[in-house]
Design a protein around this ligand. Structure first.
Ligand code: 5GP
Ligand code: MN
Length: 340
C-alpha cells in the first residue's frame, strides 16, 4: 500500500476539474528530460483513455533518446511552430503545468500561459513553486513528477486505467530522474510502484537500453574527450568541473541531449561530491550542478540565475567561457559558504 502523499482535497479538486474540462493542455519545461516527457505523456494517455481532449506543448525539441516514447510524435514543439503552440495554450480551458515550479522555465510560452484564463493545476517536485494555480500539487520529497502522476491516477481510483503505454512513460520518468535509481531513490515506495508497473507489463531492461544505450559515435567520442581533456579536479574541495566550448561541441557534431548525464561521471571518482558541467551554446553557457549527500547544488546554482533540487540543479551564464569558469571556480573555492 502506498502512503497518501497527495491530500484528499487535492485529489477531489483535480478529479472534478478533469471531469469538467473540455480541452486540456499539458505544459512542461524547456529542454524536456525523461521526467518532463514521462509525466506529460503519462498524464496525456490517461486523459485520452478516459475520453478527454488533451494536447502537450513543450518549448523546444526533446532529445532523440526520448523520441521512442509512445505519443511523442504528437507533442507540439513551440520552437518549431510557435503559432500552433500559442493557439494550443490559448484554446485550453484547463492547463496542467508538469515538472517545473516557475513560469520562466517554459521561456517563450510564459506569456500565453500567464494570460490564459484556464483552470490551472501544477504537479511538480521542485521546491518553492511560484506559479499561480487553482491546484498546486507540489511534493519535493518525491523523486519524480512521473511518480506523482502515478499516485494521482491511483488516488483518483483509476489505477485500472493505467495501461502499458502510461506505465512505460511513468517508469521512464522515474528512472531518468533518479539516474536509474542510483540517487534520490531510497524511498521503498518507489519499488512498490515499479512492482505495479512491471505487473502491467513494462520491460524495464529494454526501457533502460532505449534511453541509455543509444549513443552516437560522436557522442561517445565527445564523452572520451571530456574525461581525458576537459575535466578539472579540485581535490581540496572534492569538486569536478567539465567545460565545453561551442567550437568543441561543433567539432563533435553536437546534437541536443549529447551531454546528458556527463555531469554525473566525475562521481565515479573517489570522494568527489560536487560536479559541474558548463556547456556553451549560441546564446549562453548552460551550467549543470550535481552533488552527493547534503551539499546544496541548488544554492550554488542560484549564483548563476538558476535553481533546482538539493542534488541536481542548473543555471546559466551570459559571460565568456573564461569569465564563467572563473566564477564557477570561485564558487567551488567557497563551497563552505553554501553548506551553512
Ligand atoms: P539539468 O542540469 O539536467 O539541466 O537540470 C537539473 C535540474 O536543475 C532540473 O531538473 C531543474 O530542476 C533545475 N534547473 C536546470 N536549469 C535550471 C534553470 O536555468 N533554472 C532553474 N530554476 N532550475 C534549473
Ligand atoms: Mn523531474
Amino acid at each position: 500500500m502506498l502512503t497518501n502523499i497527495i491530500t484528499e482535497e487535492q485529489i477531489t479538486q483535480t478529479k472534478q476539474l478533469i471531469d469538467n474540462a473540455r480541452q486540456i493542455t499539458i505544459l512542461t519545461h524547456i529542454s524536456p528530460d525523461g521526467d518532463a516527457l514521462g509525466s506529460s505523456l503519462g498524464l496525456w494517455w490517461f486523459l485520452k483513455g478516459i475520453g478527454k481532449k488533451a494536447k502537450i506543448v513543450v518549448p523546444n525539441k526533446f532529445p532523440e533518446f526520448l523520441a521512442w516514447m509512445p505519443g511523442s510524435e504528437e507533442i507540439v514543439v513551440a520552437l518549431d511552430d510557435n503559432e500552433l503552440a500559442d493557439k494550443t495554450v490559448a484554446e485550453a480551458d484547463t492547463i496542467f503545468f508538469l515538472d517545473f515550479n516557475t513560469l520562466s522555465r517554459i521561456n517563450w510560452l510564459k506569456n500565453s500561459a500567464a494570460s490564459s484564463t484556464a483552470r490551472k493545476v501544477l504537479i511538480d517536485h521542485h521546491p518553492y513553486p511560484d506559479i499561480e494555480c487553482d491546484i498546486c500539487i507540489s511534493y519535493p520529497e518525491i523523486s519524480s513528477t512521473s511518480e506523482l502522476i502515478f499516485r494521482l491516477i491511483c488516488r483518483m481510483g483509476q489505477q485500472r486505467d493505467i495501461d502499458l503505454k502510461i506505465a512505460e512513460c511513468i517508469y521512464t520518468g522515474m528512472m531518468t530522474d533518479t539516474g536509474n535509481f542510483s540517487y534520490n531513490s531510497q524511498s521503498p515506495e518507489i519499488y512498490l510502484i515499479i512492482n505495479e508497473l512491471l505487473k502491467i507489463g513494462i520491460n524495464k531492461d529494454e526501457i533502460y537500453n532505449r534511453v541509455f544505450s543509444t549513443y552516437s559515435v560522436d557522442r561517445m567520442r565527445l564523452m572520451g574527450y571530456c574525461l581525458s581533456k576537459k575535466m578539472k579536479i579540485y581535490k581540496e574541495q572534492r569538486a569536478a568541473l567539465i567545460y565545453l566550448t561551442l567550437a568543441e561541441c561543433e567539432h563533435y557534431n553536437y546534437q541536443i541531449g549529447d551531454t546528458e548525464g556527463f555531469v554525473n561521471m566525475p562521481f565515479s571518482i573517489k570522494d568527489i561530491d560536487i560536479s559541474i558541467l558548463a556547456r556553451q551554446d549560441k546564446e549562453k553557457i548552460k551550467i549543470s550542478f550535481r552533488s552527493q549527500g547534503s551539499f546544496p547544488a541548488n544554492k550554488m546554482a542560484e549564483e548563476f540565475k538558476g535553481g533546482g533540487h538539493l542534488n541536481a540543479a542548473g543555471g546559466e551564464s551570459y559571460f565568456s567561457m573564461k569569465k564563467t569558469i572563473d566564477m564557477i571556480e570561485e564558487a567551488i573555492r567557497n563551497r563552505k559558504k553554501y553548506e551553512q
